[in-house]
Design a protein around this ligand. Structure first.
Ligand code: ATP
Ligand code: MG
Length: 431
């Protein structure tokens, strides 16, 4: 607003942010901060502690965890080599780094559990669209040490409640089971048998998936492929008895939590590490990128990193999609309590100190150095929606007072010229 001139200058710059990596302008940054605050309080109540991992990790971490055949590892990661020749990547997701940190710092003692949450930017070289960026923020949770279906149900429940706390309206909670290792192997065989019959008709990506990781074909967005897969066997067809019981209990747990859900037998997740339960939360407000949050159980990942057998379950929600689906009014910009209006140059210097002390006293206080005349300063104070304008010039200085205008009540009064007296008076009038 008061920076129109500045914006015109900036609009002429030749520099642009990198494709798919938008700036968060103040109004958006404020919303993201609000989500982080809500998440921190929410997770604390559920016994989760925050863990922050670095943005750069060894490339190998993700090829191991997310899977060599996943889209992320095959084509989406940003790679770099450091001066020591180490192959690093900008992290594309949060789970593998958390598992690494859990093992590195021995955060889960045998027979114990660890509940961790995180928030931070992730990076993937994807085709950018609404709700699909190359740098995006995820808020996620990982729960180590708790096996069994009830932890799955609680995790799905936490994911739903977190989005409710964000005022995101979830239209569908979709759940599915991929089964334990034996069930997944049995399913893979069934699916490969089916795909063999259609090998020539599959899209190029699915031809590759069929070789590398057949399960992924179900996720294909190609219409011809989808028509073929309408008759494909699904993971639920191949669940063995323990996997079937696990999944039934997850569904019962969701009923206990009174969470409405649908079983989507075709739901498979884009990452390799899932076992048994997988789930996605969808919002119809999002269009093509309908999934706001997704997760599942990954009981073998910790072991595959060289750790002890440790059951685990978690989820990750995309902040940009949360903002698109959110129904809450974003938090309002801070309006100043006080704008200091300098009638002459000595008052500008004095204002420097007064504003500093008002802030220390808990008030939002500004001096508008970019405005010249008193009239311009007053107009600026009104435009900012300030409650009080505090004026100081020769006359006030001689009488050791400051003139105060209450811009809301349209009153004028004087206070002794000390920050303490000013704060006391303004507090009394604001109460
Ligand atoms: P999608 O099917 O939309 O590509 P995914 O299976 O790759 O999602 P996950 O890796 O499980 O998603 O990430 C969990 C959540 O993170 C997603 O539901 C979404 O909200 C968010 N997310 C993932 N990729 C992006 C992206 N490129 N831009 C914005 N948000 C994303
Ligand atoms: Mg994806």
């Amino acid at each position: 607003m008061q920076d129109r001139k500045f914006r015109n200058i900036m609009a002429t710059t030749q520099y642009r942010s990198v494709k798919g990596m938008p700036d968060l302008l103040p109004a958006e940054a404020r919303q993201v901060r609000e989500l982080e605050r809500i998440a921190a309080t929410f997770f604390e109540k559920a016994g989760f502690q925050e863990l922050r991992t670095p943005i750069l990790e060894a490339a190998e971490l993700f090829s191991r965890a997310v899977g060599e055949s996943s889209d992320i590892v095959r084509k989406e990661m940003y790679h770099l080599t450091d001066l020591g020749g180490r192959e690093l990547v900008l992290r594309p997701e949060g789970t593998a780094p958390i598992v690494r940190a859990v093992l590195q710092h021995k955060l889960v003692a045998p027979g114990e559990a660890a509940r961790l949450w995180y928030v931070g930017p992730m990076f993937r070289q994807e085709n950018t669209q609404k709700g699909r960026q190359r740098q995006f923020v995820q808020i996620g949770a990982e729960w180590f040490g708790a096996g069994g279906p009830w932890a799955d149900a609680e995790t799905i429940g936490l994911n739903v409640r977190l989005l409710e706390a964000f005022s995101v309206n979830i239209d569908a909670v979709e759940v599915n089971s991929l089964g334990n290792a034996a069930s997944r192997l049995a399913y893979r065989e069934k699916l490969v048998g089916f795909l063999d019959k259609y090998a020539e008709q599959l899209c190029a990506d699915c031809k590759e998936r069929r070789q590398l990781n057949p399960l992924r074909v179900l996720d294909c967005k190609n219409q011809q492929c989808q028509a073929i897969y309408a008759d494909a066997p699904v993971p639920l067809d191949a669940l063995d008895e323990p996997s079937r019981q696990h999944f039934d209990a997850v569904c019962q747990g969701l009923e206990t939590l009174r969470i409405e859900f649908v079983v989507n037998a075709r739901l498979v997740r884009g990452l390799d590490y899932y076992s048994d339960t997988v789930f996605e939360l969808k919002s119809s407000r999002l269009g093509a990128q309908a999934t706001v949050s997704a997760g599942g159980r990954y009981d073998s990942l910790v072991e595959s990193f060289g750790g002890p057998p440790t059951p685990a379950v978690g989820f990750a929600a995309g902040v940009e999609r949360i903002l698109l689906a959110r129904e809450a009014e974003p938090a309002a910009e801070m309006t100043p309590d006080v704008v200091w209006i300098a009638l002459d140059e000595p008052a500008r210097r004095e204002g420097l100190g007064v504003v500093d002390q008002l802030r220390a006293g808990g008030m939002v206080a500004l001096q508008l150095f970019h405005k010249g005349s008193v009239k311009a300063q007053m107009r600026g104070a009104n435009q900012l929606g300030a409650r009080f304008a505090v004026l100081c010039g020769d006359d006030e200085r001689a009488r050791a007072v400051w003139a105060v205008r209450d811009l809301q009540q349209r009153e004028q009064f004087e206070v002794p010229a000390t920050p303490e007296a000013l704060i006391r008076e303004l507090r009394a009038r604001s109460a």
